[in-house]
Design a protein around this ligand. Sequence first.
Ligand code: UD1
Ligand code: UDP
Length: 354
Amino acid sequence: MKKIITIVGARPQFIKIPLISQEIRKFAKEVVVHTGQHYDANMSDIFFEELGIPRPDYNLGIGSMERGEQIKLMREKIKEVLVKEKPNLVVIYGDTNSTLAGAQAANQLNIPIAHIEAGMRSYNQEMSEEQNRVESDKVSALLFCSTRSAMENLTKEGMTKGVFLTGDVMADIQKKVSGDHDQLSILEELSLKSKEYILATVHRQANTDDETNLSNIINAFNQIDETIIFPLHPRTKKYLEEYNLKLSDKIKVIEPLGYKEMIILEANAKLILTDSGGVQKEAYLAEVPCITLRNETEWTETVDSGWNQLAGAETQKIVELVKNYPTPKNHPDFLGDGEAYLKISQILKDYLKI
Ligand code: UD1
Ligand code: UDP
């Protein structure tokens, strides 16, 4: 039986794997490697439980540290697993340090790599994620693109072989869980009424590790005269404390949520404020206007259609957009038909000649 090693490590990756994992297991042996980049129960275990993802076969327990050191440690430990398991293919997801470590490890051992969510670009070279994506794409044999613009980005960089437009695996799972109403109690628990609150997430390095940017964002939140639900990423928690930033009573800080609860909170929000890649996409699919707390986005179609406005970390711009959000223009489907995972698995199967 052919063997596929799936490498994950951070929250968005746990959400990308369940549907593909289910398919892969119909025709190959899958071994899941968790690098341990995220380790808090509500940043990791919760997703395995609620999405029924098979427990990782290996947890490398790497944890938090400086990026270069982290990638190096992950790469060496992943290589040990690859040498032992001898897979026919390695599958990597997205753009985190775990993605790049997996790409480097497999590449150094000449094992073919499939990259899911390939071709995304912000063209901001300072972002760790941009460096991770570009380097991972370069060494991948199979590049699965969520959007047409991702395909075009790869073409511009001369990558045309092994490139497939499949749609987006996060859109697939969102469609599947959006019908679940068993999580609606989260609205009651937080005493919220549908469309009467704003949902906010912040975790990008450029916004958290820079005191001016984080202060500007929190100043904007403090000036908004509406309830803001703010599930707090551990990175942001650390810096809010370090900079001693105070939040108004209108801002309800909560622990990071499970995925299904998050999807419900997004769908019922009046507006979403975020610097997350995944949350921008989810806002679009839920047809909830989004203000992105960055100066650029990889999901350019959300901006082109008017459902996403880029505000960076500029206080007045954020406050003004919350008050006067321009009416979105149209809502084209650009993330696929909800079956990206089936297309990807079929291509993997063909590639492995199964
Ligand atoms: C990482 C990814 C980012 C992704 C995000 C998803 C990189 C370069 N960044 O950013 O692309 O959008 O995950 O959430 O790979 N921490 C905890 N507990 C945890 C995890 C993290 O306390 O379980 C804290 C630690 O203080 C750590 C900090 O959060 O230093 C940042 O974690 P890290 O994984 O380095 O980056 P993220 O900001 O989570
Ligand atoms: N998410 C979640 N709970 C939270 C915040 C986010 O389940 O408290 C989900 C969100 O719905 C999306 C994914 O995590 O599916 C996005 O991950 P994140 O924002 O951490 O990273 P990014 O997408 O920016 O890489």
